[in-house]
Design a protein around this ligand. Structure first.
Ligand SMILES: [Zn+2]
Length: 533
């Protein structure tokens, strides 16, 4: 019994790391959905029963602060890396090169690895390097490679992909939930191009925009039903967010619109990123920076103009080699136009991220999220450590903090746990688990061998004492002694036997042991010792 107890004790100690590891393996799955351009308050002027349902069943943030520049690719990459834009370097929707002067439109830039692979690892790569199975569905940044590594599964948008097809939206949800349910994916990002598209075309304060929000709400209802249908309710966390808001563009004759060609000569510009919402950057030709800067500095009451080195720190934007020497942004609603005013967009973004119209939407629900939890606003950089915690993945260095968001979780993993999991891929966990089992079996073997060695030695001592007693008895009875059989080298036992013969204290032992012990010895040594019983 003692042996069994001891083995169980050792097993308990050895198995602690295994249980710990299993706890880490129990991290739930995570689906991140982004609705491009979903302003924080788009659910407030239209009926959204399913989004409202999530307020009672999950977490709502009052709003989220996007990074500056409030633009799709830069903001999405902040969400998936937890880094300010000046750190991750995806500074614009458009790829550009100051040597070749090549500029690529947004959709082509989505496939340009050179633009995204800046050395900052997005969560997809970090998670899969730590043993998670990940996928990206149309999410910006998901269709390129990072340090040569591709995301395990990634679907990119075609150049002509329709943004508003509700049937396709539902199909995409089915595809993603099948990945979770049937292929055991851990983390998937899913992107929708609405309501950004309608916000640009029709403006944010329109019935068309509200109709798209209703469509999004129906899609969320479909998602909630489908999660039940795929039996994922207890294992899938969902975060629904966006990348920036949208504001109505102010137009003439109501306002004096910003057109830079009124103030500067474009022949002095080497490369410019203008006519792209509320933000622009300019690379003047050599020796022309000051002229361009002075030409724009006080040109328009609603145009903000900075040299790169003077751009406000609070934007966390300009300290990156890709940022051009002169930065401009309009006050809310004032787009920055270049040579001419195209008047295409009725709504736009790219403005100061402190403007309420630029704020992002946030909902979350699932087994790890509290119900009816209203979160104060926070910066979108904090979504990244939240996602890492949900997935049990050790984060890369980032600008976010779990402390901002962990109040919305029932049980967040302790940081120490994440440090443990940090260098534990599934494979490594398996190796560690096998190692623990091997260690346990080894210890059991040692205990077994030691226990029986001690037992043997005790029995040997008993036998020797019996032999000594037997020898004494035999001598008294005038017969041969079993003492002769004591192996040489066991001098201690010989001495003990001699003591016994001499009538030391130990001599009493066989007597106290009673005749039974002697009887055992009798059968081996001194025939006729029956007289002693
Ligand atoms: Zn947009």
């Amino acid at each position: 019994m003692k042996l069994l107890t001891f083995i169980l004790l050792v097993a308990a100690v050895v198995c602690v790391p295994i249980q710990h590891s299993q706890k880490r393996q129990k991290a739930n799955k995570l689906l991140l959905i982004s609705f491009d351009g979903f302003r924080w308050d788009y659910d407030q002027d239209v009926e959204t029963p399913h989004l409202d349902y999530l307020v009672s069943k999950g977490v709502k943030a009052k709003y989220i602060n996007p990074p500056f520049v409030t633009m799709t690719s830069p903001s999405h990459f902040t969400t998936i890396t937890g880094r300010w834009i000046e750190d991750h370097g995806v500074v614009h929707n458009m790829y550009f090169n100051t040597t070749t002067l090549i500029k690529l439109p947004h959709k082509l830039t989505l496939r340009k690895t050179q633009w995204w692979d800046t050395g900052v690892l997005p969560l997809w790569i970090t998670a899969q390097n730590q043993g998670r199975k990940v996928a990206s569905f149309h999410y910006p940044g998901g269709n390129v490679t990072y340090g040569g590594q591709a995301i395990y599964r990634s679907l990119g948008e075609s150049l002509t992909h329709p943004d508003t097809n509700e049937t396709e939206w539902r199909l995409n949800i089915d595809i993603v939930l099948e990945w979770f349910a049937k292929e055991d994916f851990d983390f998937v990002t899913l992107y929708y191009g609405e309501p950004d598209n309608v916000g640009h075309r029709k403006g944010p304060e329109t019935e068309e925009r509200r109709a798209v929000i209703r469509q999004i709400d129906r899609t969320i209802g479909y998602l909630i039903d489908s999660i039940e249908r795929y039996n994922l309710k207890d294992k899938l966390n969902v975060i629904i967010t966006s990348d920036h808001g949208m504001t109505t563009i102010k137009k003439a004759p109501d306002v004096n619109e910003i057109r830079l060609s009124k103030f500067i000569r474009f022949k002095n510009i080497k490369l410019e990123l203008l006519d792209y919402g509320g933000f622009g950057m300019i690379l003047p030709k050599e020796g022309k920076t000051e002229e361009i800067y002075q030409g724009l500095k006080n040109a328009h009451p609603h145009l903000n103009v900075y040299k790169k080195e003077e751009f406000p720190e609070r934007f966390h934007y300009s300290k990156n080699d890709r940022v051009l020497p002169i930065l401009v942004y309009g006050d809310l609603g004032y787009n920055v136009n270049g040579r001419i005013i195209l008047h295409i967009n009725r709504g736009d973004h790219g403005f100061d991220n402190k403007e309420m119209d630029m704020k992002m939407f946030f909902r979350a629900f699932g087994p790890d999220f509290k119900s009816a939890y209203l979160s104060e606003p926070f910066d979108s950089i904090h979504i990244y450590p939240l996602m890492c915690n949900l997935l049990g993945v050790k984060p890369e260095p980032n600008n976010g903090s779990l402390a901002i968001t962990e109040g919305m979780l029932f049980n967040s993993f302790e940081n120490s746990d994440l440090e443990v999991v940090s260098f534990r891929s599934d494979r490594l966990s398996g190796i560690i688990g096998l190692g623990a089992v091997a260690t346990f079996l080894f210890l059991v073997a040692i205990i077994h061998v030691t226990y029986y060695a001690v037992l043997r030695s005790k029995r040997e001592a008993i036998r020797e004492r019996g032999r000594v007693a037997e020898a004494a008895i035999c001598r008294r009875a005038g017969r041969g002694s079993a003492m002769d059989k004591v192996p040489s080298g066991k001098t201690g036992k010989r001495q003990e036997a001699a003591d016994l013969e001499k009538g030391s204290d130990k001599e009493e032992w066989p007597r106290e042991g009673g005749s039974r012990r002697i009887e055992v010895k009798n059968s081996i040594g001194c025939a006729g010792a029956e007289a002693m019983s």
